[in-house]
Ligand binder design. Sequence first.
Ligand code: GDP
Length: 461
Amino acid sequence: MFSINETIVALATPPGEGAIGVIRLSGKDAITIADKIFKGKKLANQATHTLHFGKIVDAEQQNRIVDEVVASLYKGPKSYTGEDIVEISCHGSDYVLQQVIGLCLREGAQMAKPGEFTQRAFLNGKMDLTQAEAVADLIASQSSAAHQAAMHNLRGGFSHELKMMRDQLINFSALIELELDFSQEDVEFADRSQLYALLNDAIEKVAALIQSFHLGNAIKNGIKVAIIGKPNAGKSTLLNALLNEERAIVSDIAGTTRDTIEETLNINGVVFRLIDTAGIREHTSDAIESIGVERSKKAMQEADVVVYLFDVTENSLTDIEEQIMKFESNNIHYILAGNKVDTLGLDITKEKFALLQQMLFISAKDKENIHQLKQTLYDRVVAGELKQEGTIITNARHLAALKDVLFSLNDIRNGMDNSLPGDLIALDIRKCLFHLGTITGEVQVDRDILGAIFGKFCIGK
Ligand code: GDP
């Protein structure tokens, strides 16, 4: 594991050419090392949180000037890592940056491992684990919703919620133990209904957090949408209409290969990923319908929400009702969109499908009501769930720990239901506090887990 005695160095900005590149040094010798290569004011004598112009020179090569730079000085513990930090802003040439890093290494710094700066911040108590994880999420955020969720956690929103729950449990535990102290006298000090109320409240909160993961994960990774419908329903026309209107960002989502580049829509700051758009395009003129059907099935299984598109002229009310039954019996979250309303006319279409609630009437060709379709996607998938106040879980590690918390909360409740002795209940409470503590890192977290969390960071963070 990391040795906190070492002073570490890394490029903090992305590699490649840029206007500036920032090299970060952190550790007990950060200022001494910087002073050996920085010619300007002696940094050790300067006040913390100050900027200094100077030159980086190579003493072993007759003080050859490597670059003109600005050094930012942060003396611990008031710094990101809690240690002394010097950040050297150089001109952003790979050559210059490598030279400066090389000089720092020569003067005794060690190359930082991925996430090591943030890991030190955690180890030095500058932030808890959820905040450290939020740093990674913030850097990776691609939409305003993902950004907002990461910011909430970074600013300690989730930690605060966990702390409240912890306090509540400690309070609960105190009441139970009070009862223990007087057990000989057979008195119930802790008002049972009050205990149940505390417990039920905690169970409700944890369950809501667990529930929020579905949306949180979707926000973080994009909400998967499948456009499904018979051949000629107008799927590819709709796809184009959706993409044109939003001037979609075509991005390669991390972890996928180039040939599975997805098309994405940003609706009110949330990323929606349109899945199997290649399938939609390929199979419009494809006679082998079965392949298309297989692909649709797969897309449907993967999707968070399905847009079922149908031609209002070609389908009867019964056709659609049958389709709805299929969706419902398979628990598929769907949105109904009747297409080609222009051919039938809005009034007649509405009359024909009057029995279908929540159906959208669109014309993909004329781009009619495309905006409404997008708003519906947002409202059904995001707004409906976002209504719950507070934190949204976006992290699988937190989810696993919360499930353990919920499990032990239920154990406590069962214990009370069965009038277990107070000391046994107190044991369950301790278990529950332990699981809560693993989320923020208050209790000792496994080294492997720390490694997994910080290993995902890039070097320099
Ligand atoms: P897909 O097989 O579901 O992808 O369907 P396409 O997008 O290829 O559309 C099939 C045909 O329907 C094409 O000739 C489109 O121009 C036509 N079409 C699509 N949307 C509309 C619409 O809103 N109104 C009308 N009148 N025709 C449409």
